[in-house]
Design a protein around this ligand. Structure first.
Ligand code: NAD
Length: 455
Protein backbone atom coordinates (compact mmCIF):
# COMPACT_ATOMS: atom_id res chain seq x y z
CA UNK A 1 0.00 0.00 0.00
CA UNK A 2 1.36 3.47 -0.85
CA UNK A 3 0.36 5.71 1.98
CA UNK A 4 0.17 9.12 0.40
CA UNK A 5 -2.97 10.47 1.93
CA UNK A 6 -2.86 12.91 4.72
CA UNK A 7 -5.78 11.30 6.58
CA UNK A 8 -3.93 7.97 6.84
CA UNK A 9 -1.17 9.31 9.11
CA UNK A 10 -2.80 8.43 12.42
CA UNK A 11 -3.89 4.99 11.17
CA UNK A 12 -0.38 4.11 9.94
CA UNK A 13 1.20 5.15 13.23
CA UNK A 14 -1.35 3.12 15.17
CA UNK A 15 -0.68 0.03 12.99
CA UNK A 16 3.05 0.49 13.49
CA UNK A 17 2.58 0.71 17.26
CA UNK A 18 0.67 -2.58 17.19
CA UNK A 19 3.39 -4.20 15.07
CA UNK A 20 6.17 -2.85 17.30
CA UNK A 21 4.38 -4.22 20.36
CA UNK A 22 4.62 -7.77 18.94
CA UNK A 23 8.37 -7.55 19.65
CA UNK A 24 9.22 -8.80 16.16
CA UNK A 25 11.53 -5.89 15.38
CA UNK A 26 13.60 -6.64 18.49
CA UNK A 27 14.78 -9.90 16.97
CA UNK A 28 18.27 -9.45 15.47
CA UNK A 29 17.58 -11.99 12.72
CA UNK A 30 14.51 -9.98 11.68
CA UNK A 31 16.53 -6.74 11.58
CA UNK A 32 19.27 -8.37 9.49
CA UNK A 33 16.66 -9.71 7.06
CA UNK A 34 15.16 -6.22 6.67
CA UNK A 35 18.58 -4.67 6.05
CA UNK A 36 19.29 -7.30 3.39
CA UNK A 37 15.90 -6.57 1.86
CA UNK A 38 16.70 -2.85 1.83
CA UNK A 39 19.98 -3.61 0.05
CA UNK A 40 18.13 -5.78 -2.48
CA UNK A 41 15.52 -3.05 -2.98
CA UNK A 42 18.25 -0.57 -3.91
CA UNK A 43 20.10 -2.97 -6.21
CA UNK A 44 16.93 -4.08 -8.02
CA UNK A 45 15.74 -0.47 -8.51
CA UNK A 46 19.11 1.16 -9.22
CA UNK A 47 18.21 2.40 -12.70
CA UNK A 48 14.88 3.86 -11.58
CA UNK A 49 16.63 5.65 -8.69
CA UNK A 50 19.25 7.13 -11.03
CA UNK A 51 16.50 8.26 -13.41
CA UNK A 52 14.49 9.88 -10.63
CA UNK A 53 17.55 11.78 -9.38
CA UNK A 54 18.22 12.96 -12.91
CA UNK A 55 14.62 14.10 -13.31
CA UNK A 56 14.72 16.01 -10.01
CA UNK A 57 18.20 17.50 -10.11
CA UNK A 58 19.85 16.61 -13.42
CA UNK A 59 22.20 14.51 -11.27
CA UNK A 60 24.80 12.58 -13.28
CA UNK A 61 25.08 8.80 -12.88
CA UNK A 62 28.46 9.26 -11.20
CA UNK A 63 27.07 11.66 -8.57
CA UNK A 64 24.02 9.44 -8.13
CA UNK A 65 26.32 6.54 -7.21
CA UNK A 66 28.91 8.44 -5.23
CA UNK A 67 26.55 10.62 -3.19
CA UNK A 68 23.29 8.65 -2.99
CA UNK A 69 23.57 4.95 -3.86
CA UNK A 70 26.72 4.56 -1.75
CA UNK A 71 24.34 3.90 1.16
CA UNK A 72 24.52 0.26 0.06
CA UNK A 73 28.02 0.17 1.54
CA UNK A 74 26.66 1.51 4.81
CA UNK A 75 24.00 -1.24 4.85
CA UNK A 76 26.72 -3.89 4.37
CA UNK A 77 28.83 -2.45 7.16
CA UNK A 78 25.85 -2.40 9.52
CA UNK A 79 24.93 -5.99 8.65
CA UNK A 80 28.48 -7.03 9.53
CA UNK A 81 28.48 -5.28 12.90
CA UNK A 82 24.88 -5.40 14.09
CA UNK A 83 25.11 -8.51 16.27
CA UNK A 84 27.93 -6.98 18.26
CA UNK A 85 26.32 -3.51 18.54
CA UNK A 86 23.00 -4.94 19.71
CA UNK A 87 24.50 -7.09 22.51
CA UNK A 88 24.04 -6.00 26.11
CA UNK A 89 27.37 -4.72 27.46
CA UNK A 90 28.83 -5.23 30.90
CA UNK A 91 29.45 -2.00 32.80
CA UNK A 92 32.02 -1.79 35.61
CA UNK A 93 30.72 -1.53 39.17
CA UNK A 94 32.53 0.20 42.07
CA UNK A 95 34.19 -2.32 44.41
CA UNK A 96 32.18 -1.12 47.40
CA UNK A 97 28.97 -1.96 45.54
CA UNK A 98 29.80 -5.69 45.36
CA UNK A 99 27.93 -7.99 44.49
CA UNK A 100 25.99 -5.87 42.02
CA UNK A 101 26.34 -6.59 38.29
CA UNK A 102 25.66 -3.81 35.79
CA UNK A 103 24.73 -4.05 32.13
CA UNK A 104 23.68 -1.67 29.36
CA UNK A 105 20.98 -2.94 27.04
CA UNK A 106 20.45 -1.18 23.70
CA UNK A 107 16.74 -1.25 22.93
CA UNK A 108 14.68 0.22 20.07
CA UNK A 109 12.79 3.47 20.63
CA UNK A 110 9.54 2.40 18.95
CA UNK A 111 7.89 4.23 16.05
CA UNK A 112 10.13 6.92 14.60
CA UNK A 113 9.54 9.67 12.06
CA UNK A 114 12.14 10.48 9.39
CA UNK A 115 11.68 13.75 7.46
CA UNK A 116 14.01 14.35 4.52
CA UNK A 117 15.33 17.26 2.47
CA UNK A 118 15.42 17.46 -1.33
CA UNK A 119 19.12 17.93 -2.11
CA UNK A 120 20.17 14.30 -1.65
CA UNK A 121 16.59 13.05 -1.65
CA UNK A 122 17.42 9.34 -1.70
CA UNK A 123 20.30 9.02 0.76
CA UNK A 124 18.90 11.53 3.28
CA UNK A 125 16.00 9.10 3.74
CA UNK A 126 17.80 5.77 3.40
CA UNK A 127 20.82 6.60 5.55
CA UNK A 128 18.84 7.36 8.74
CA UNK A 129 16.46 4.52 7.87
CA UNK A 130 19.37 2.07 8.04
CA UNK A 131 19.96 3.17 11.63
CA UNK A 132 16.27 2.99 12.49
CA UNK A 133 15.97 -0.58 11.13
CA UNK A 134 19.26 -1.71 12.67
CA UNK A 135 18.16 -0.48 16.09
CA UNK A 136 14.82 -2.33 15.75
CA UNK A 137 12.30 0.46 15.17
CA UNK A 138 9.30 0.94 12.92
CA UNK A 139 9.48 4.06 10.76
CA UNK A 140 7.23 6.58 9.06
CA UNK A 141 9.08 8.35 6.29
CA UNK A 142 8.32 11.78 4.80
CA UNK A 143 10.56 12.57 1.81
CA UNK A 144 10.78 16.07 0.37
CA UNK A 145 8.04 17.15 -2.00
CA UNK A 146 10.59 19.29 -3.87
CA UNK A 147 12.18 16.17 -5.33
CA UNK A 148 8.88 14.65 -6.52
CA UNK A 149 10.32 11.89 -8.73
CA UNK A 150 12.52 10.48 -5.99
CA UNK A 151 9.81 10.97 -3.38
CA UNK A 152 7.26 9.06 -5.47
CA UNK A 153 9.76 6.31 -6.25
CA UNK A 154 10.64 5.92 -2.57
CA UNK A 155 6.93 5.58 -1.78
CA UNK A 156 6.51 2.94 -4.49
CA UNK A 157 9.51 0.79 -3.77
CA UNK A 158 9.37 0.90 0.02
CA UNK A 159 5.71 -0.13 -0.07
CA UNK A 160 6.58 -2.95 -2.46
CA UNK A 161 9.32 -4.41 -0.27
CA UNK A 162 8.02 -3.65 3.24
CA UNK A 163 4.58 -3.76 4.88
CA UNK A 164 3.35 -0.32 5.99
CA UNK A 165 2.83 -1.50 9.57
CA UNK A 166 6.66 -1.72 9.65
CA UNK A 167 7.93 0.99 7.23
CA UNK A 168 5.63 3.47 5.50
CA UNK A 169 6.28 6.41 3.24
CA UNK A 170 3.84 9.28 3.57
CA UNK A 171 4.52 11.44 0.55
CA UNK A 172 3.47 15.07 0.44
CA UNK A 173 4.39 18.61 1.33
CA UNK A 174 4.38 20.88 4.35
CA UNK A 175 0.78 20.02 5.28
CA UNK A 176 1.66 16.30 5.51
CA UNK A 177 4.71 17.16 7.59
CA UNK A 178 2.58 19.26 9.93
CA UNK A 179 -0.01 16.52 10.22
CA UNK A 180 2.69 13.99 11.12
CA UNK A 181 4.31 16.37 13.60
CA UNK A 182 0.99 16.68 15.43
CA UNK A 183 1.18 12.93 16.19
CA UNK A 184 3.26 11.34 18.91
CA UNK A 185 6.45 9.55 17.84
CA UNK A 186 9.26 7.99 19.85
CA UNK A 187 11.92 9.92 17.93
CA UNK A 188 11.95 12.44 15.10
CA UNK A 189 14.90 12.52 12.74
CA UNK A 190 14.73 15.69 10.66
CA UNK A 191 16.99 16.88 7.83
CA UNK A 192 16.35 20.40 6.54
CA UNK A 193 16.82 24.09 7.21
CA UNK A 194 17.35 25.69 10.62
CA UNK A 195 14.02 27.58 10.52
CA UNK A 196 11.97 24.41 9.95
CA UNK A 197 14.17 22.60 12.48
CA UNK A 198 12.81 24.96 15.14
CA UNK A 199 9.23 24.16 14.08
CA UNK A 200 9.98 20.43 14.30
CA UNK A 201 11.54 20.77 17.75
CA UNK A 202 8.64 22.84 19.05
CA UNK A 203 6.16 20.21 17.82
CA UNK A 204 8.26 17.40 19.33
CA UNK A 205 8.46 19.21 22.68
CA UNK A 206 4.68 18.90 23.09
CA UNK A 207 5.12 15.12 23.37
CA UNK A 208 8.62 15.18 24.90
CA UNK A 209 9.78 13.40 21.76
CA UNK A 210 13.56 13.39 21.34
CA UNK A 211 14.86 14.83 18.08
CA UNK A 212 17.84 14.61 15.83
CA UNK A 213 18.08 17.77 13.75
CA UNK A 214 20.43 17.67 10.76
CA UNK A 215 20.36 21.30 9.72
CA UNK A 216 22.39 23.64 7.53
CA UNK A 217 24.25 26.91 7.76
CA UNK A 218 27.21 28.71 6.28
CA UNK A 219 30.25 26.43 6.35
CA UNK A 220 33.43 28.50 6.03
CA UNK A 221 36.56 27.44 4.19
CA UNK A 222 39.84 28.99 5.34
CA UNK A 223 42.74 28.95 2.89
CA UNK A 224 46.15 29.69 4.39
CA UNK A 225 49.16 30.50 2.18
CA UNK A 226 50.98 27.27 3.08
CA UNK A 227 49.17 24.94 0.68
CA UNK A 228 49.50 22.79 -2.40
CA UNK A 229 47.71 25.16 -4.74
CA UNK A 230 46.43 22.74 -7.36
CA UNK A 231 45.11 20.16 -4.88
CA UNK A 232 43.47 22.90 -2.82
CA UNK A 233 41.67 24.37 -5.83
CA UNK A 234 40.43 20.98 -7.05
CA UNK A 235 39.10 19.97 -3.65
CA UNK A 236 37.32 23.29 -3.10
CA UNK A 237 35.74 23.33 -6.56
CA UNK A 238 34.63 19.72 -6.22
CA UNK A 239 33.08 20.22 -2.75
CA UNK A 240 31.39 23.46 -3.71
CA UNK A 241 29.96 22.55 -7.11
CA UNK A 242 29.00 18.92 -6.61
CA UNK A 243 25.17 18.89 -6.84
CA UNK A 244 25.47 22.51 -8.07
CA UNK A 245 26.32 23.72 -4.58
CA UNK A 246 23.12 22.28 -3.09
CA UNK A 247 24.98 20.40 -0.37
CA UNK A 248 24.55 21.07 3.34
CA UNK A 249 28.31 20.81 3.92
CA UNK A 250 29.41 22.60 0.74
CA UNK A 251 32.05 25.24 1.52
CA UNK A 252 29.73 28.25 1.64
CA UNK A 253 32.42 30.94 1.30
CA UNK A 254 36.21 31.22 1.23
CA UNK A 255 38.34 33.15 3.70
CA UNK A 256 41.68 33.41 1.91
CA UNK A 257 45.06 34.70 3.02
CA UNK A 258 45.65 37.86 0.98
CA UNK A 259 49.12 36.65 -0.06
CA UNK A 260 47.77 33.59 -1.87
CA UNK A 261 44.49 34.99 -3.18
CA UNK A 262 45.52 35.99 -6.75
CA UNK A 263 47.13 32.57 -7.35
CA UNK A 264 44.22 30.72 -5.77
CA UNK A 265 41.62 32.61 -7.83
CA UNK A 266 43.52 31.78 -11.01
CA UNK A 267 43.74 28.10 -10.07
CA UNK A 268 40.03 27.94 -9.11
CA UNK A 269 39.09 29.34 -12.52
CA UNK A 270 41.36 26.85 -14.28
CA UNK A 271 39.90 24.03 -12.29
CA UNK A 272 36.26 25.00 -12.96
CA UNK A 273 36.95 25.06 -16.67
CA UNK A 274 38.73 21.69 -16.50
CA UNK A 275 35.77 20.12 -14.61
CA UNK A 276 32.81 21.52 -16.56
CA UNK A 277 34.28 22.98 -19.80
CA UNK A 278 33.91 26.45 -21.27
CA UNK A 279 30.12 26.16 -21.17
CA UNK A 280 29.01 24.23 -18.06
CA UNK A 281 25.37 24.24 -19.28
CA UNK A 282 26.50 21.65 -21.84
CA UNK A 283 28.31 19.51 -19.30
CA UNK A 284 26.57 16.17 -18.56
CA UNK A 285 28.06 16.36 -15.08
CA UNK A 286 26.62 19.67 -13.91
CA UNK A 287 23.26 19.57 -12.07
CA UNK A 288 20.38 22.07 -12.01
CA UNK A 289 18.68 24.11 -9.29
CA UNK A 290 15.79 22.31 -7.63
CA UNK A 291 12.98 24.82 -8.25
CA UNK A 292 12.08 28.23 -9.70
CA UNK A 293 11.84 29.67 -6.19
CA UNK A 294 15.36 28.55 -5.27
CA UNK A 295 16.64 29.65 -8.69
CA UNK A 296 15.25 33.17 -8.17
CA UNK A 297 16.70 33.41 -4.67
CA UNK A 298 20.15 32.49 -6.02
CA UNK A 299 19.88 34.87 -8.99
CA UNK A 300 19.27 37.69 -6.51
CA UNK A 301 22.47 36.77 -4.67
CA UNK A 302 24.55 37.11 -7.84
CA UNK A 303 24.57 40.88 -7.49
CA UNK A 304 26.34 40.72 -4.11
CA UNK A 305 29.82 41.45 -5.51
CA UNK A 306 32.07 41.31 -8.59
CA UNK A 307 31.61 38.16 -10.65
CA UNK A 308 35.01 36.85 -11.70
CA UNK A 309 33.79 33.68 -13.40
CA UNK A 310 30.33 32.38 -14.28
CA UNK A 311 27.20 34.35 -13.49
CA UNK A 312 25.22 33.09 -16.53
CA UNK A 313 21.68 31.86 -15.82
CA UNK A 314 18.91 30.15 -17.81
CA UNK A 315 15.61 30.31 -16.03
CA UNK A 316 13.82 27.80 -18.30
CA UNK A 317 16.51 25.18 -17.47
CA UNK A 318 16.99 26.23 -13.82
CA UNK A 319 20.66 26.61 -14.73
CA UNK A 320 23.12 28.81 -12.87
CA UNK A 321 26.73 28.61 -14.01
CA UNK A 322 29.37 27.82 -11.40
CA UNK A 323 30.21 31.30 -10.18
CA UNK A 324 33.10 32.88 -8.30
CA UNK A 325 32.40 36.25 -6.66
CA UNK A 326 34.95 38.73 -5.33
CA UNK A 327 34.70 42.12 -3.57
CA UNK A 328 32.06 40.95 -1.15
CA UNK A 329 30.99 43.08 1.78
CA UNK A 330 30.66 40.95 4.90
CA UNK A 331 27.21 42.51 5.36
CA UNK A 332 25.99 41.58 1.85
CA UNK A 333 22.89 39.31 1.70
CA UNK A 334 25.06 36.50 0.35
CA UNK A 335 26.94 36.53 3.67
CA UNK A 336 23.74 36.51 5.73
CA UNK A 337 21.99 33.38 4.46
CA UNK A 338 23.19 29.87 3.57
CA UNK A 339 23.92 30.06 -0.18
CA UNK A 340 23.00 26.46 -1.03
CA UNK A 341 23.79 26.95 -4.71
CA UNK A 342 26.71 27.30 -7.16
CA UNK A 343 28.01 30.68 -6.03
CA UNK A 344 31.31 30.94 -4.18
CA UNK A 345 32.19 34.26 -2.48
CA UNK A 346 35.89 34.88 -1.91
CA UNK A 347 36.85 37.06 1.05
CA UNK A 348 40.46 37.88 1.90
CA UNK A 349 42.12 38.25 5.31
CA UNK A 350 45.51 39.61 6.29
CA UNK A 351 45.71 38.00 9.69
CA UNK A 352 44.26 34.58 10.55
CA UNK A 353 42.70 35.97 13.72
CA UNK A 354 40.38 38.11 11.54
CA UNK A 355 39.10 34.93 9.87
CA UNK A 356 38.63 33.16 13.21
CA UNK A 357 36.84 36.16 14.77
CA UNK A 358 34.56 36.38 11.72
CA UNK A 359 33.59 32.71 12.01
CA UNK A 360 33.11 32.93 15.78
CA UNK A 361 30.86 35.98 15.48
CA UNK A 362 28.33 33.89 13.51
CA UNK A 363 26.15 30.84 14.22
CA UNK A 364 28.14 27.63 14.60
CA UNK A 365 28.52 26.00 11.17
CA UNK A 366 27.86 22.41 10.16
CA UNK A 367 31.34 22.06 8.68
CA UNK A 368 34.56 24.04 8.80
CA UNK A 369 37.33 23.62 6.24
CA UNK A 370 40.96 24.56 6.56
CA UNK A 371 43.61 24.29 3.88
CA UNK A 372 47.07 24.58 5.41
CA UNK A 373 50.13 22.40 5.88
CA UNK A 374 51.02 24.32 9.03
CA UNK A 375 50.29 21.91 11.87
CA UNK A 376 50.34 24.64 14.50
CA UNK A 377 47.70 26.54 12.58
CA UNK A 378 45.62 23.37 12.15
CA UNK A 379 45.66 22.83 15.90
CA UNK A 380 44.97 26.51 16.61
CA UNK A 381 41.87 26.49 14.39
CA UNK A 382 40.65 23.27 16.03
CA UNK A 383 41.11 24.84 19.47
CA UNK A 384 39.54 28.21 18.73
CA UNK A 385 36.48 27.42 16.59
CA UNK A 386 33.35 25.30 17.03
CA UNK A 387 31.52 23.47 14.23
CA UNK A 388 29.65 20.21 13.58
CA UNK A 389 32.72 18.75 11.88
CA UNK A 390 36.08 19.81 10.51
CA UNK A 391 37.90 18.67 7.42
CA UNK A 392 41.52 19.70 6.97
CA UNK A 393 43.00 19.96 3.48
CA UNK A 394 39.82 18.67 1.87
CA UNK A 395 36.09 19.38 1.67
CA UNK A 396 32.94 17.27 2.25
CA UNK A 397 34.85 13.96 2.58
CA UNK A 398 34.50 13.77 6.37
CA UNK A 399 30.87 12.73 5.85
CA UNK A 400 32.05 9.61 3.98
CA UNK A 401 33.88 8.22 7.02
CA UNK A 402 31.24 6.26 8.87
CA UNK A 403 33.21 6.08 12.12
CA UNK A 404 32.87 9.87 12.40
CA UNK A 405 29.57 11.13 13.88
CA UNK A 406 27.91 13.40 11.33
CA UNK A 407 25.88 16.27 12.72
CA UNK A 408 25.79 19.92 13.68
CA UNK A 409 26.09 22.06 16.75
CA UNK A 410 24.01 25.08 17.77
CA UNK A 411 22.10 26.41 14.75
CA UNK A 412 23.50 23.66 12.50
CA UNK A 413 21.86 20.83 14.40
CA UNK A 414 21.38 18.49 17.33
CA UNK A 415 22.60 14.89 17.43
CA UNK A 416 24.47 12.89 14.85
CA UNK A 417 24.42 9.71 12.75
CA UNK A 418 26.29 7.46 10.26
CA UNK A 419 27.61 3.96 11.01
CA UNK A 420 27.38 2.96 14.67
CA UNK A 421 26.27 6.54 15.51
CA UNK A 422 23.02 5.91 13.59
CA UNK A 423 22.42 2.76 15.64
CA UNK A 424 23.03 4.80 18.81
CA UNK A 425 20.71 7.60 17.66
CA UNK A 426 17.81 5.21 17.21
CA UNK A 427 18.50 3.19 20.38
CA UNK A 428 17.80 3.73 24.04
CA UNK A 429 20.62 2.54 26.26
CA UNK A 430 18.83 0.94 29.17
CA UNK A 431 20.81 0.69 32.41
CA UNK A 432 20.25 -2.59 34.22
CA UNK A 433 21.58 -3.40 37.68
CA UNK A 434 21.31 -6.87 39.17
CA UNK A 435 21.67 -7.80 42.84
CA UNK A 436 21.63 -11.29 44.32
CA UNK A 437 20.06 -12.73 47.45
CA UNK A 438 23.32 -14.26 48.62
CA UNK A 439 24.41 -11.22 50.60
CA UNK A 440 22.62 -8.22 52.13
CA UNK A 441 24.91 -5.64 53.73
CA UNK A 442 23.29 -3.34 56.25
CA UNK A 443 25.31 -0.14 55.68
CA UNK A 444 22.53 1.72 53.79
CA UNK A 445 19.59 0.86 56.03
CA UNK A 446 18.30 2.95 58.96
CA UNK A 447 19.10 3.38 61.77
CA UNK A 448 22.06 5.33 60.34
CA UNK A 449 23.85 5.92 63.62
CA UNK A 450 27.56 5.05 63.27
CA UNK A 451 27.30 4.30 59.56
CA UNK A 452 28.65 7.55 58.07
CA UNK A 453 32.11 6.00 57.87
CA UNK A 454 30.86 3.71 55.07
CA UNK A 455 30.30 6.65 52.71
P1 NAD B 1 13.31 22.48 4.55
O1 NAD B 1 13.59 22.70 5.98
O2 NAD B 1 12.60 23.52 3.78
O3 NAD B 1 12.46 21.12 4.34
C1 NAD B 1 12.83 19.88 4.90
C2 NAD B 1 11.59 19.04 5.13
O4 NAD B 1 10.73 19.72 6.05
C3 NAD B 1 10.78 18.75 3.88
O5 NAD B 1 10.41 17.39 3.89
C4 NAD B 1 9.57 19.67 4.01
O6 NAD B 1 8.40 19.12 3.45
C5 NAD B 1 9.42 19.84 5.51
N1 NAD B 1 8.88 21.15 5.88
C6 NAD B 1 9.09 22.33 5.24
N2 NAD B 1 8.45 23.34 5.88
C7 NAD B 1 7.83 22.78 6.94
C8 NAD B 1 7.00 23.31 7.99
N3 NAD B 1 6.68 24.59 8.06
N4 NAD B 1 6.54 22.45 8.92
C9 NAD B 1 6.86 21.14 8.87
N5 NAD B 1 7.63 20.59 7.90
C10 NAD B 1 8.11 21.39 6.94
O7 NAD B 1 14.74 22.12 3.90
P2 NAD B 1 15.10 21.83 2.41
O8 NAD B 1 14.92 23.06 1.61
O9 NAD B 1 14.43 20.57 1.96
O10 NAD B 1 16.65 21.50 2.55
C11 NAD B 1 17.63 22.49 2.57
C12 NAD B 1 18.19 22.69 3.96
O11 NAD B 1 18.50 21.45 4.54
C13 NAD B 1 19.49 23.46 3.93
O12 NAD B 1 19.54 24.36 5.00
C14 NAD B 1 20.55 22.38 4.11
O13 NAD B 1 21.76 22.86 4.64
C15 NAD B 1 19.85 21.45 5.02
N6 NAD B 1 20.40 20.09 4.92
C16 NAD B 1 21.05 19.60 5.98
C17 NAD B 1 21.62 18.34 5.87
C18 NAD B 1 22.38 17.76 7.01
O14 NAD B 1 22.70 16.57 6.94
N7 NAD B 1 22.69 18.48 8.06
C19 NAD B 1 21.49 17.62 4.69
C20 NAD B 1 20.79 18.18 3.65
C21 NAD B 1 20.24 19.42 3.77
Amino acid sequence: MIANQIDKCAEIISQQRTFFATGKTKDITFRLEQLKKLERMIIENKSAIIQALYADLHKSEFEAYSSELFVIKEIRKVIKNLASWAKPRKAPVEVELFPYRAQIYPEPLGVVLIIGAWNYPFQLIISPLIGAIAAGNCAVIKPSELAPHTSQLLAEIISKYFPSEYLAVVAGGVEVSQKLLAEKFDHIFFTGGTAVGKIVMAAAAKNLTPVTLELGGKSPCIVDSDIHLEHTAKRIIWGKFINAGQTCIAPDYLLVDKKIKPNLVQELQKCLQAFYGENPSQSPDYPRIISQKHFQRLVNLLSSGKIILGGETKSEELYIAPTLIDDISVNAPIMEEEIFGPILPIIEYTNIQEAIDFINSRPKPLALYLFSQNQNLQQYILNTTSSGGVCINDTVMHCAVSSLPFGGIGDSGIGSYHGKHSFDTFSHYKSVLKNTFSLDLNWRYAPYKGKLSFL
